[in-house]
Design a protein around this ligand. Structure first.
Ligand SMILES: [Zn+2]
Length: 524
């Protein structure tokens, strides 16, 4: 379907046009508000503001080349074996009905394991994730609440909500929508007497994301009331960054951590909270349509860059704001949560600058935090990281183990949460555009080593070099090189630069591609 007018994301325009011409005509979208088939791209339903782009259902994008190899490394490493080696997500997990860890770690693990399993189409990984999902879906309480009964914290359930939306898009399991409907109704009824607090108060936007997702599938207006309630009870991130006062490196004394560490000051300057909050204003803007809400993300990113920016695209948080010195670091959870926030914000706003930052972080901050085989990771990584040791480091509140590569250095949150980084990046390489096109929203790397013959006419962009903080035999090459043209695998679509892409013969065989769009997607 030819586009009527070019999208302002000019950097990606030629790919969008080419992809739309070659794919969408053969695979028409299902864009209805409600559909009995989940292998569809569901758009925002009135009165929500339309997105610029819409993420494709999980499994629509199948990685090949270097990115597939990276996902396979993750599956062969800790990502595919964590439940066998770490009791917090093992058989005694509270999210499997056991008496073990019952807070965020089970949901964190599945939030990355599930997309990894479906992108690799790996039955072993699918079965692992399914155990957690089946226990969750079959143990909903009469009032609609779910999860381990040993706690009623809103926060870990927000993560499992994200898991279930992905799972539904991949499987069409008919249990999911009624389950989510009952839980979110329970939340709407309960929040007035048991409001958001602590982590949930600062992470309300992750909950709102699922409420909006469900509204687009059921049309239940009470879900919009829930989004308003979450916003009113949640921390006001826009106000915080409209008058940003945390412009210096935080200290433990300021944060009063010895007294508990959960004050609003500690939580509002906490790295992971801020990484998650990058999407707060864009998510809220879907409901309000307010231009100020849509613009607020740039004020937040600008403040983070100005006062705490690091050269790998991140802001310092070890684990609270730490200033711009490159010897300060960022927590791995913050890296993957920032990536997810950028992916969601890019979909809502369509600003290519968000895609640029996503790529910068994905190919710099993320891989440096792992060993080559992804069996060990750092809690905290610094751009100017000259040694990984127990020697004293200038971190704000992190412990001495934080940049050691290990199973759960410093604290186990990153052990459970890092899994979402590469899979969700993979899921965000292509998105549906609002006018039924297909947009190349983030670029992957080529197979390694790069084959220059496959990319004869480089062009528009050279990638940044990855972090030098660790050795990565499987990582993208460090030397600058031509950017590989993202391609789609359906016959008839070239991987060549724009001129040849738009003029190539439909019978010309496609060049090797780092990414493929699975047959049947995004069509129903
Ligand atoms: Zn963490």
């Amino acid at each position: 379907m030819p586009r009527k007018k070019p999208h302002p994301a000019s950097r990606r325009r030629f790919l969008q046009q080419a992809a739309a011409a070659s794919i969408v005509t053969a695979l028409p979208y299902r864009t209805a508000h409600a559909s009995t088939t989940t292998r569809a791209t569901i758009k925002n339903h009135a009165p929500l503001t339309p997105n610029a782009f819409y993420p494709l259902p999980l499994g629509s994008i199948r990685p090949t080349g270097w990115l597939r190899a990276q996902l396979q490394i993750q599956a062969n490493g800790l990502g595919g074996h964590l439940d066998e080696t770490w009791s917090d997500v093992g058989p005694n997990s509270g999210w499997l009905g056991g008496t073990g860890e019952s807070w965020e770690r089970g949901p964190y693990f599945i939030d990355g394991l599930l997309p990894l399993a479906y992108q690799l189409d790996d039955p072993r990984l699918k079965a692992k994730a399914q155990k957690f999902i089946d226990w969750t879906l079959t143990h909903q309480q009469p009032n609609g609440n779910f999860g381990p009964t040993s706690n009623n914290d809103w926060w870990p359930r927000m993560v499992m909500l994200k898991v279930l939306t992905q799972y539904y898009e991949a499987t069409d399991d008919p249990r999911v929508l009624p389950f989510l409907t009952r839980y979110l109704a329970c939340q709407l009824a309960t929040l007035p007497s048991r409001p958001l607090q602590d982590w949930g108060k600062f992470r309300w936007q992750d909950n709102a994301l699922t409420a909006l997702w469900l509204y687009n599938r059921t049309g239940d207006p009470s879900l919009l009331s829930l989004v308003r309630l979450l916003h009113s009870q949640g921390f006001d991130w826009q106000k915080n960054f409209a008058d940003f006062r945390h412009t210096e490196r935080m200290t433990a004394e300021q944060l009063h951590l010895p007294e508990g560490g959960l004050s609003d000051l500690a939580l509002s300057t906490h790295g992971v909270n801020n990484g998650q909050a990058i999407k707060a204003a864009p998510v809220w803007s879907v409901l309000t349509g307010n231009p100020a809400d849509r613009a607020a993300i740039h004020q937040m990113l600008s403040a983070l860059d100005t006062y705490h920016g690091l050269p790998n695209g991140m802001f310092s948080c070890d684990e609270h704001f730490a200033g711009p010195n490159p010897s300060q670091g960022s927590e791995l959870c913050t890296v993957v949560e920032t990536m997810f926030s950028l992916e969601q914000s890019l979909a809502i706003l369509g600003d290519p600058a968000l895609g640029d930052r996503l790529e910068l972080i994905a190919f710099n901050a993320l891989p440096g935090a792992f060993t080559d085989d992804m069996w060990a990771h750092q809690y905290n990584q610094e751009p100017n990281q000259v040694e990984c040791s127990l020697h004293h480091k200038p971190w704000t509140t992190d412990g001495p183990e934080s940049n050691i590569y290990g199973l759960d250095p410093n604290f186990g949150c990153c052990t459970a949460n890092f899994h979402q980084g590469w899979p969700k990046f993979t899921a965000s390489l292509w998105m549906a555009s609002a006018d039924d096109g297909l947009a190349a929203t983030a670029y992957s790397q080529p197979p390694s080593p790069p084959r220059s013959a496959a990319f004869p006419s480089p062009s528009t962009k050279t990638p940044t070099t990855p972090s030098a903080t660790a050795s990565h035999s499987h990582s993208p090459p460090r030397r600058r090189q031509p950017f590989p043209y993202i391609s789609a695998s359906p016959p008839g679509l070239s991987t060549q630069p724009s001129a040849s892409t738009t003029s190539r013969s439909p019978h010309q065989p496609p060049a090797p591609s780092p990414v493929s769009i699975a047959p049947g997607a995004p069509a129903t």
